[in-house]
Design a protein around this ligand. Sequence first.
Ligand code: NAD
Ligand code: GLY
Length: 377
Amino acid sequence: MAPVNVATSAGQYPIHIAPGRLQHIAESVPANATRLVVISNPVVDGLYGEVLRQALAGLNKPVLTIIVPDGEAFKSLDTLNTIYDRMLTEKLDRRAVVLALGGGVIGDMAGFAAATYMRGIRYMQIPTTLLAQVDSSVGGKTAVNHPLGKNMIGAFYQPVSVDIDINVLRTLPAREVSAGLAEVIKYGLILDRAFFEWCESNVAQLVALDADALAYAIARCCELKAQVVSEDEKETGLRAILNLGHTFGHAIEAGLGFGTWLHGEAVACGLVQAAVLSGKVLGMPETDIARVRALVRAIGCPDIAPDLGESTWLDLMQGDKKTEGGEIRYVLMPAIGQAVVQAAPLQQVQETLSATVGDVAIDRRAAQLADLSGARA
Ligand code: NAD
Ligand code: GLY
């Protein structure tokens, strides 16, 4: 498959997508790299670290591996500091290259370490979750969390390459696959109705991790994200549409406590809520809203939001990065395949909350996830 290219102010970089790409990773390493620094966590390094290091062996460049603890809770300034400690102790120079091997947590944090070590060294993204392959590894948003807010300390800093090995998704838990699929359908909703319809027709294959379906979907998402990032690298306008569902989703994550629902699960539910609000504000057709809900269910994600209480909902949504001058701005859809960013009348937001919150149906969700695991067996 030909690489997808991302054009940025600093030049262009490729996204290589292929089953087994890890074995060919040496092709993406810059020739003048002095040392290679693999940053990963124990889970991903345990599964794929050796394959990666073997694939790098022929380059005859020293490889340092830095392992940080697994999980969103460790995407922090403290963990980042341990990364800097190792990089400085090992006296890495400016031509060292970081290889971020993991999901979005590792990609965002290793990317920010690269953005800031000696004012910036090169890094490669090697995403191993579906969410990271279709979203976080592309476009150069790097960050760590602050106790007062998620992703609040960060930088726009583009990688030199993104290498996507579809095979690594076979070891991903079903719940993580389901959460990643939420970001996949998001692209169809904001930019490409035909792709949304393709997802509807191929949802069983996607859930079952069919290699051809995954390769097509990941490539289409990367193409769409590359177009948006190339047009608006630093989110001064268009790029905000990539946050469809995130205003509601972030409120769910924060309201329930980070980690209770996965980011992708909260976004999936937020897609349904954004569709309902779009119906009220922009007249999104009821048939389109129903299709969004049906696909969110089919990928195994929740479509009923937790009842956080109206004032908590509004408070949490106020903290969204798209809020301007105290006014919450939402990504809304006139119809499937089109998106705009705008404020919404309070009454319609309140009606949307009433219509979309309820019993989060934990039993139904457990059954959905069991079905998903069955589909992959
Ligand atoms: P994650 O990085 O925490 O990975 C999820 C879990 O899967 C982890 O336990 C991880 O160890 C494990 N894992 C990873 N690859 C695996 C594999 N192949 N097999 C088995 N287990 C594997 O979560 P995520 O969903 O990938 O990323 C979420 C993060 O991404 C959040 O911090 C979010 O803020 C960030 N994000 C960033 C952007 C961006 O544009 N930079 C976009 C979306 C999300
Ligand atoms: N994940 C949203 C963005 O990259 O802008």
